[in-house]
Design a protein around this ligand. Sequence first.
Ligand code: NDP
Length: 310
Amino acid sequence: MTVNVLFAHNDVNWDVYKGTLEKALTDAGVPANLSRDLTPEEVDYIVYAPSSPLQDFTPYTRAKAVLSLWAGVETVTGNATLNMPLARMVDFGLTQGMTEWVTGHVLRHHLDIDYTLRHQDGDWLPRVPPLARSRRVSVLGLGALGSACAQALAGLGFPVSGWSRSPKQIDGVSCYSGDAGLKATLEQADILVLLLPFTPATENVLNAESLSWMPQGACVINPGRGQLIDDDALLDALDDGKIARATLDVFRVEPLPAEHAYWAHPNVTVTPHIASETRPETASEVIAENIRRGEAGEPFLHLVDRGLGY
Ligand code: NDP
């Protein structure tokens, strides 16, 4: 039987997704009618971006699941009209993209590439960075993205520690959890990477107190969510040198307003939420696999725990 798949996402190139998703559904053996324009009562699956104008799921009485194209689902987990399973995006492209972006920015801070770029002035000033084994990196959030980044960094020789809600064991990574674990992780963060989801429990996890636990002159890299950081506390820490530099990809308000202090701060790099994009080719395979599972009566992959908010 043909399943009706609603593509509820206005921000992306529909022509690309139409091609990749139709192919992935065919490859998965699922006969499907993929459209942006279906009557709610006839929809079997909703392929969704949390930025979509679709906010009222009440009329989608037949739909079996909402399948998010994004990893971060904080804007939809609390939607009271959503009474069906919600799956988020975990896929090779998103994980690989984030691993490359995080590794690049960690190496930039570790090697002090900014110093080299600032000193192209004819002076021959050798400045040798320490080896990775002398620079401790901490990753908050050891899920699909954080664990991949932690392992890649450990593979480069950095002593890596990480923090998650539940206890973890990851080869080459010192894993912590719980409140005491957060302090221990931050105390080892010469470079800190934030890859937590935004939930009520993670908001402002980096605040004046937790910043004070970090080593003097540490760097902060945030590709997680803007709400993880108390912005005023981070700006104070940057101004007094506690934090040497920050690379920020995500913000409480996006686009980051032109007058925001982050844009003008000499030790802050702003990137426009590009740490890792969902790539149609790989994401379509995950969506198609979940629809195949739904039709076969198998459990969906990457289900969101609505109670935890991620
Ligand atoms: P996961 O759900 O796989 O991992 C989340 C991790 O955070 C888990 O290890 C989880 O712990 C931990 N965590 C959650 N709540 C807490 C808490 N209260 N205390 C301690 N640890 C906690 O998510 P992903 O790795 O796939 O993605 C992480 C985030 O990255 C997304 O939510 C999104 O905000 C962001 N993102 C940003 C992108 C960008 O381009 N900037 C692109 C994609 C994602 P546990 O393992 O115990 O559950």
